[in-house]
Ligand binder design. Sequence first.
Ligand code: DGL
Length: 287
Amino acid sequence: MATSDEATDPGSRTVPSSHPDRPPRILVFDSGIGGLSVTREIRAARPDAELVYVADDAGFPYGDWEEKALTARIVDLAGRLVADHHPDVFVIACSTAATLVLPHLRAALAVPFVGTVPAIKPAATTTRSKMISVLATPGTVKRDYTRALIDTYASHIEVTLVGSTRLARIAEDHLSGRPVDDAAILREIRPCFRRHDGRRTDRIVLGCTHYPFLVDHFRRLAPWEVEWIDPAPAIARRVVQLLGPARAGTPTGRGLAIFTSGRPPTTALARVLDGFGLVVADERSAV
Ligand code: DGL
């Protein structure tokens, strides 16, 4: 489990609610269902908050987008979402996006942004073997932001970067109730497991918010036991730092899920969304 706020981008400062008459509204954004791993922690930390979950599934997967085009797409979309939903906090629950667009979003929009970035610091400070791996999308592993995290927090240890082209899609299939293939999962995680000089990898950073939904498969298929580090709890802590704690006795807040494609989720995914208290927006309110 991540133990440091370094798993979130710490750029935003505490803000008073702009709408004190209603519970805080938190917008959680991802390219698909990955941000639900973050939503789960936010819901537990602030059950009273209103949630707006946005999956830009029309743009999925973000992992292999060209950086300039992806930045333009997300800044434009975020502008429309802020105008339509007036969130008190906007969570970029996608490392592929956050490692690229946070400075652009902060320059363009007057909303506090919290972003998930690979939890390299907690992995680097807790590893005993001094060998960690970062499992993420091809976009995240090549970002300057990721390189800077390694230079700052992990220059003294061996870091293996593994860019997976398939795992985000496999996680989408899994939550949508489609079968997933163990051999395909193992192929994607295998390069994370390294041996060197009698030592071996002991921490693997889940550098994409889709991956926590596959962690049971990862544990079962792993060649040896490691700690899988999920940044979601640190992100929820950062959101609570910004908004303050929930008031006792307030009822569970409403939740809305928006899919930019306007396509309805599968029955299995609809059940998952329902479990998070998210009602799927009809096509007309899709962006
Ligand atoms: N969930 C996203 C992340 O955290 C990426 C999935 C994608 O490739 O779109 O990086």
